[in-house]
Design a protein around this ligand. Structure first.
Ligand code: HEM
Length: 401
């Protein structure tokens, strides 16, 4: 039985606000598929059954406060903006104080801009922006200041083929904003950047991304034309693989971000059957080559009469299969980016308990993924996504224990 996200939120909020959150989740079904797969259909069906779909009233804002930050599991919105910041390096005591100030400033700003009535007139368009956010701490800052983060939070190793630009990578603090439209993100990014800067943080890089609007229950496509996000964990599996289980880090997770350049034109020159074999799924309907429907589990052991694998040895979904990782799954909520005619690709954003899971998968992919001739990893970041803030609380209170 899937857990309802609203139940994980701050129980001190009024009942009306909790209903508002549930409605916001339901209303977001149109863009949920990339985030939590099958759960999308279940929630959308729920909505139809109780007849409360609200064509007349815009859905309520997605609350900022709660035990978990909303930017991880709330319905995936079509636009994203990431902001990375560094803190000045003075003394550990002074830098801890600065960090407290920055987290306080971010909490205040994000709570305000995600509310039903944000004060900035540029956010008062008469319809909800469905803004969600998350704030994370980079591994090097955590180590430098001795912060209370999971022991597994470390920098990623370098992988064969990496061409990482340090000016677009890493950072002490990472903020991800997601919303229904680019306008909202531009305004909110400005407010967030100003608040963080006033509190002592220095901007490092920003990156915007987008994905197609999709019908309810369908998975958005990436720039290669594939459905991307099909095999994501549902909410029950996410409890096992995405969220930290207990103790101070409960309700936190880790975000792995990779900015991956895609040779879209080059991939398009391959015959359709070659492209499908490179992925291990059919682009047309998203079904694995071993199955007939999108949500069929890829059978990586199925063989053709000649003894070859139906899902080829170098197919992306074979190499990324959880079967090689004792069933471990990551929650992928990727976006496309377009930074000019020669630089388009995927902002791979995945949530997991332990970034070592990403390292294991990426080592297999870097060694022999059939997509490799068409991909180049150009930026990278890892961040511990903090537990949420209670209604009177501040993000990051667990860092100081
Ligand atoms: C631009 C680069 C990439 C593209 C175009 C891409 C595309 C895809 C596609 C089309 C699928 C199948 C549909 C789905 O289940 O979502 C998929 C699955 C998957 N990908 Fe990627 N991917 C990319 C990079 C990565 C990276 C860097 C990782 C992790 C290191 C990764 C991990 C996975 C995983 C875990 C699955 C699900 C496998 C399964 O459970 O069947 N992908 N990807």
């Amino acid at each position: 039985m899937p857990t309802e996200q609203g139940k994980e939120q701050d129980s001190s909020r009024p009942a009306a606000a909790r209903v508002g959150r549930r409605r916001a989740l339901l209303a977001g079904g149109a863009v949920l598929a990339a985030g939590i797969g099958a759960a999308a259909g279940e929630l959308a069906a729920d909505d139809r059954a109780d007849g409360r779909a609200t064509a007349d009233a815009p859905p309520a804002a997605i609350p900022f406060h709660g035990v978990r930050q909303a930017g991880v599991m709330a319905p995936q919105q079509p636009a994203t903006h990431l902001l990375s910041f560094d803190l000045p390096r003075t003394s550990a005591a002074a830098d801890r104080k600065t960090l407290r100030g920055v987290l306080g400033a971010l909490t205040g700003t994000l709570a305000t801009v995600t509310s039903d009535a944000p004060p900035d007139p540029r956010l008062q368009g008469g319809t909800t922006t469905r803004l969600t956010s998350l704030v994370g701490i980079g591994p090097s800052l955590a180590a430098r200041l001795g912060l209370g983060v999971p022991a597994s939070l470390t920098e990623l190793p370098s992988f064969p083929g990496d061409r990482l630009d340090p000016r677009r990578s890493d950072g002490d603090l990472l903020v991800q904003l997601c919303a229904a439209d680019r306008w909202t993100l531009t305004v909110v990014a400005e407010l967030v950047g100003a608040a963080a800067h006033a509190a002592g943080a220095v901007p490092r890089w920003t990156q915007s991304g987008f994905m197609p609007h999709t019908a309810p229950g369908t998975t958005p496509r990436n720039l290669f034309g594939s459905r991307d996000g099909t095999a994501n964990p549902d909410r029950t599996a996410a409890e096992q693989w995405v969220w930290n289980p207990s103790g101070a880090h409960r309700n936190g997770t880790v975000l792995v971000y990779r900015r991956i350049h895609m040779d879209v034109a080059g991939f398009a020159t391959l015959p359709e059957a070659h492209r499908d074999r490179a992925i291990g799924r059919r682009a047309r309907d998203g079904a694995p080559l071993s199955g007939t429907a999108e949500h069929d589990e890829p059978d990586i052991y199925a063989k053709n009469p000649d003894g070859s694998y139906v899902i080829p040895a170098t197919a992306h979904v074979r190499l990324a299969s959880p079967r090689f990782d004792r069933g471990a799954r990551m929650l992928r909520r990727s976006y496309s980016y377009d930074d000019g005619p020669t630089d388009r690709g995927l902002l791979f954003c995945a949530f997991m308990r332990d970034p070592a899971q990403f390292t294991r998968v990426q080592n297999r992919l870097a060694a022999r993924d059939a997509l490799n001739p068409f991909l180049q990893h150009r930026a990278s970041a890892v961040a511990y996504v903090l537990p949420g803030a209670a209604s009177a609380g501040t993000l990051g209170e667990q860092l100081w224990t």
